[in-house]
Design a protein around this ligand. Structure first.
Ligand code: CP
Length: 317
């Protein structure tokens, strides 16, 4: 059994997790170490300490989710919190109640922490200003998905021990991906070299992520890479341009057993999910237990979110 890591002094002064930038370097190391610690409890099917007993946790997802919503649900319950998953589709949002009023209503029920997913990129900051509870970002438009980045880093550490010196190629629809944005920032802070790989129309604007190299073909993008991170083609954010964006994409940029050979020997494939099989990644590669870390990412979602909730709510005390 691993020894519980101790929180560094001055850690977790932050009262929210909306952006990776809300965390200091020491906070990040502590969360990743704590995620590993909790992963041990899950692997042994051992009950975790009830560190959030008495805490009310509200999961408020205005956009669809499987992995993030359910893993936050499980994470809170495993630590002893009372978790409410707001059934947004059947809520008074559909009678015209605003998102802020909905959140304020949930906060008035005694929430200490609220996990929020929304396509409105500034909503989390608005809620942080007006609500008395802690706001944790479960996905904000195309802007940030910090807990996905943390679980991705935990997964990479479980395979390579460290991100220091690794080359991570983030491939596909970078333009619409909050995961790409958070992964890139976090991985760079942890010492990895990050590249964006894809056609120009799926890249961020030229004045964004100016410190990250871009490749418009897989040969250059995957050359020397330790990890190929596929991204979902986010058709719901493309309007009428979706069919055009997908045309010829798989032939040129699809991650397959053939194209992964362009990367470093021993390279691994990741994808935050949900996947469009046959659009950005071949199903056979995604299911290859030797090369693919996709299900390990899902596994790490629970202990990483346990670590985030524990660290934010108890500050390691
Ligand atoms: N990776 C991710 O955020 O998945 P969900 O949309 O299913 O939560």
């Amino acid at each position: 059994m691993s020894i519980r890591p101790t929180a560094p002094e001055d850690s977790f002064a932050a009262r929210r997790l909306i952006s990776i930038d809300d965390l200091s370097d020491a906070d990040i190391t502590y969360v990743l170490d704590l995620a590993d610690h909790y992963a041990g409890f899950l692997r042994r099917s051992q009950p975790a300490p009830q560190r959030l007993a008495g805490v009310t946790q509200i999961n408020l997802f205005f956009e669809d989710s499987t992995r993030t919503n359910l893993s936050f649900d499980l994470a809170g319950k495993k630590l002893g919190a009372d978790v409410i998953n707001v059934p947004v589709a059947a809520s008074s949002v559909h009678k015209g109640e605003s998102l802020v009023d909905t959140a304020q209503t949930m906060a008035a029920m005694g929430a200490r922490v609220m996990i929020v997913r929304a396509k409105e990129e500034s909503l989390h900051y608005t809620l942080d200003d007006v609500l008395p509870c802690m706001i944790v970002n479960g996905g904000a438009g195309t802007r940030e998905h910090p807990t996905q980045a943390l679980l991705d880093a935990a997964t990479i550490r479980s395979e390579f021990e460290t991100l220091e010196g690794l080359v991570v190629a983030i491939c596909g629809d970078v333009k619409h991906s909050r995961v790409a944005a958070s992964d890139a920032r976090l991985f760079q802070r942890l010492g990895a070299e990050v590249r964006f790989v894809g056609p120009a129309h799926l890249m961020p604007q030229d004045d964004q992520f100016t410190d990250i190299a871009r490749a418009d073909n897989l040969k250059d993008g995957l050359g020397g890479a330790d990890i190929a991170m596929g991204l979902r083609m986010q058709f719901e954010r493309m309007g009428d341009d979706g069919a055009e964006a997908a045309r010829g994409y798989y032939q040129e940029f699809g991650l397959t057993h053939e194209t992964i050979k362009l990367a470093k020997p021993g390279a691994r494939v990741m994808h935050p999910g949900p996947m469009n099989r046959g659009v950005e990644i071949d199903g056979a590669l995604a299911d290859d237990r030797e090369l693919s870390l996709v299900l390990r990412q899902v596994f790490y979602g629970v202990p990483t979110r346990m670590a985030c909730l524990d660290a934010l709510l108890t500050r390691g005390e």
